[in-house]
Design a protein. Sequence first.
Length: 342
Amino acid sequence: MNVKSFSLFLTLIFFLFHTLPVFAEPQTFIQEYTYEAGEMDSKVSSRAIALEQVKRLLLEELGTYLESETVVKDYQLDQDKITSLTAGIVQTTILEEKWNGRTYWLKAKIVADPDEVAVSMDRLRNNRQMAGELAQARQEAVEALEEVELLKEELVQGSADQEKQKQYDEAVNQLIATDWFEKGHAYNMAGQYQEAARAYEKVIVLKPNDAKAYSNRGVVYIRLGNYQQAIRDLDRAVVLNPQNEKNDDYRKIAYKMQKNPNQLTPREKALLETSERNRPQELKREQEIERQSLKKREEKRIKGKLKKKRQQEQLKNKKKIEKKNKKQELRHKKEEDQRSKT
């Protein structure tokens, strides 16, 4: 290989490694929020409101990043949809918190692998039940926060009574329940079923008639092999929300799993697979396969380009040699003609 060819080879190798798809590293987002407590607030309510506010800031920041840096921009989702989906995928971690009796300061973070979140979002947005439940949970939190603000405004104009305090406490409980529901969903997607069951239990304690908490905990218990408890939860979910046919489907699955798993129909097996398809181990495996596939295709393309370039160089050199030979022949012929004349 001559110097020129070697230089061409290095250039193409450089091009190969700089044109392969770049997969994002895990990103960390940090926000803080200070809540000014009112007359109806306690330490618990102040913390719940501060956590909801800082969580919203983090989810909005993550959503903006995903829209600008990943394939999420092609999903045609509005900001609210992105926020509700990511709330059920990522976990908010509290870094520091302080309460002085008047203000509650809270600092929290979200650590997320943008590629994994994008893949999870793609699957969630195509799962109507999961996407709908997460959107409903987010909307409940928004309405609860609005209720809190409204009651605080009413307090400024008059005194707090027992009824208003009750409404205030219910709104705060809704904020806490939403946070636990979203945690449960994130645990569920991560395959951490024990933690998911405990999170849904927190929701049920705060909201005993929350159908989606019973439904999701029922599916989690199926995963854990606790079919009797799964049936009880799904019975309750069917009573609370008879319009949701999936609850009855999962209840039938729990009965069959308890007696004979071989009785599951192809549709029921597919339903179970769909509910478990977002585990991070599977996502990482699929992403790695896709990365390797992209790499191989890109390497093949670059090798083809390198081969074509070599052929062009060879053809170019061949033409140069032919041209040089032709010139030499013409010069020899001219010299022979001159000698013959003399």
